[in-house]
Design a protein around this ligand. Structure first.
Ligand code: ADP
Ligand code: MG
Ligand code: ZN
Length: 482
């Protein structure tokens, strides 16, 4: 291979820094409530306003949530951790520093196994997980200028820094999805990227395929959905490739994702301009993390997404189906409730993923906004299984169950929808149908066997879907052969 050929093959290297807001009742260092969407500056106090003389007191619950998150990511928990001041000037940071953790983060050395879209798993190492406080929000008003809302100032955050183990924008998206799942299952955050309770900065570089050295990394900020993370990384990988191919160098810099333009642009960020001058916060003593406490938190963790997917695959679901259910926790909980009632795993999964999801997508609704119960779905599956109704009838009454929570047995009785499996009764219908379609009967006898399907269809229609399909098929064939 010639030199130019060899260097046209690049590998993309990505590492993510993710901030997750913890869903505690109160802020990290004061008693103000954690809220979203409230009138500006209504949840503030001397501590989170950074007034002189106010002293921070760590929120035990926030530390507990951070430990939960770190354990869910298989991190080591530091026996002693401490808080440091990260100094920079910005209007939404009233103290002039953010309380964060520098050299003794709460968690280190973890990993996240990310299921990849093309199958398989990528183990992404977690370098560190630390606790910090959020800044306020700057709102840029065209008439009034920049306004500052400090309701968010002091909200507890964890920052999760991955090693540069991701190899494509798609993998980065999958990592975020799985990280989101883990945080949700650990119960520490509502992780909504649209509301800013999950935020992500992405570091990306490229290198010649096979190279062991890393290229110069670019940090991308300002992405506000999983989709924009993927798009920004795709754009940036391509930009870097084009630079290198034209003989230029990639500059180490911070770039800003411009959603509307669909590209990244250089940004003169506060980060580059500054050395943060980290130093231990003299207002806060180091935290000793009790090992017993950590163990009790570990024991209280629920089944995590990876374990749940493995359990579902063990029940015979495909990896894809298992992932869809687990990614949608309320759906997975519903599925588990069906299993507990004795439902067949594949049948229940199929109804939830095909019929229910179809209805929900159609109406733009969530499962929680419906009246469907696990008992209802399991009763419906039982009606099909015992042959009381056909699958077609089940699909017909299902939307009503979702809408009103109606019991399928009562629906079937009230409307006379039970299956016709009685030979004599069905035979009468078959004879009538064949009498009405002499041309199709003629076709069949001339050897056009697909006329059979048509006639069976007519029997189903005549019985409004109540005929047992197998029996209908058998009887139509028998009468035709007479
Ligand atoms: P720091 O910001 O502490 O100096 P780094 O800049 O090394 O640490 O790492 C910050 C983030 O950038 C991490 O998520 C890491 O995985 C990622 N990263 C480091 N080097 C590269 C690289 N060459 N390409 C892509 N991402 C990288
Ligand atoms: Mg950094
Ligand atoms: Zn406060």
């Amino acid at each position: 291979m010639s030199r130019t050929e060899a260097t046209t093959q690049f590998e993309t290297v990505i590492g993510l820094e993710v901030h997750v807001e913890l869903s505690t009742e109160t802020k990290m260092f004061c008693a103000c409530r954690v809220t979203f969407g409230e009138p500006p500056n209504t949840h503030v106090c001397p501590v989170c306003l950074g007034l002189p003389g106010a002293l921070p007191v760590p929120n035990r619950r926030a530390v507990e949530f951070a430990v939960r998150a770190a354990l869910a990511l298989h991190c080591e928990i530091a026996p002693v951790t401490k808080f440091d001041r990260k100094n920079y000037h910005y209007p939404d940071l009233p103290k002039g520093y953010q309380i964060s953790q520098y050299d003794r983060p709460l968690g280190t050395g973890g990993y996240l196994d990310v299921p990849l879209p093309e199958g398989g798993v990528r183990r992404v190492r977690i370098r560190r997980l630390h606790l910090e406080e959020d800044a306020g929000k700057s709102l840029h008003d065209p008439r009034l200028g920049t306004l500052v809302d400090l309701n968010r100032a002091g909200v507890p955050l964890i920052e999760i820094v991955s090693e540069p183990d991701l190899r494509s924008p798609e993998e980065a998206r999958a990592y975020l999805q799985e990280l989101r799942n883990v945080m949700l299952y650990a119960g520490v955050s509502d992780v909504k990227m649209e509301e800013g309770s999950l935020r992500c900065d992405a570091n990306i570089s490229i290198r010649p395929a096979g190279s062991r050295e890393f290229g110069a990394l670019v940090e991308i900020k300002n992405m506000n959905s999983f989709r924009s993370v993927k798009q920004a990384l795709e754009y940036e990988a391509e930009r870097q490739r084009a630079l290198v191919l034209s003989g230029e160098r990639v500059e180490r810099e911070t770039r800003h994702w411009n959603e509307r333009a669909g590209r990244t642009t250089p940004s003169r960020s506060k980060e580059e301009a500054h050395d943060y001058r980290y130093f231990p916060d003299p207002d806060l003593v180091p935290l000793r993390i009790d090992a017993e406490w950590v163990e009790s938190i570990r024991r209280s963790l629920p089944e995590l997404p990876a374990q749940r997917r493995a359990r579902y695959e063990g029940l015979g679901l495909s990896a894809y189906d298992a992932a869809v259910l687990v990614d949608e926790r309320p759906l997975a909980d519903f599925f588990d409730a069906c299993l507990a009632l004795g439902a067949d795993a594949k049948q229940a999964a199929n109804w939830l993923m095909v019929e229910l999801q179809g209805l929900l997508n159609e109406k733009g609704r969530e499962l929680s906004a419906t009246r469907l119960t696990p008992e209802g779905l399991v009763a419906l599956l039982r009606l099909i299984e015992e042959g009381t109704i056909t699958g077609r009838i089940a699909k017909e009454i299902f939307p009503e169950m979702v809408e009103s929570g109606a019991d399928p047995r009562s629906l079937v009785e009230a409307r006379g929808l039970s299956q016709i499996a009685d030979r004599e009764e069905l035979l009468r219908v078959v004879r009538e149908v064949l009498a009405q379609h002499p041309a199709a009967v003629e076709d069949y006898r001339k050897g056009k066997t697909n006329a059979l399907g048509f006639l069976v269809g007519q029997v189903m229609k005549a019985t409004r879907g109540r005929a047992n399909p197998g029996l209908a098929n058998e009887l139509v064939r028998r009468v035709l052969e007479e």
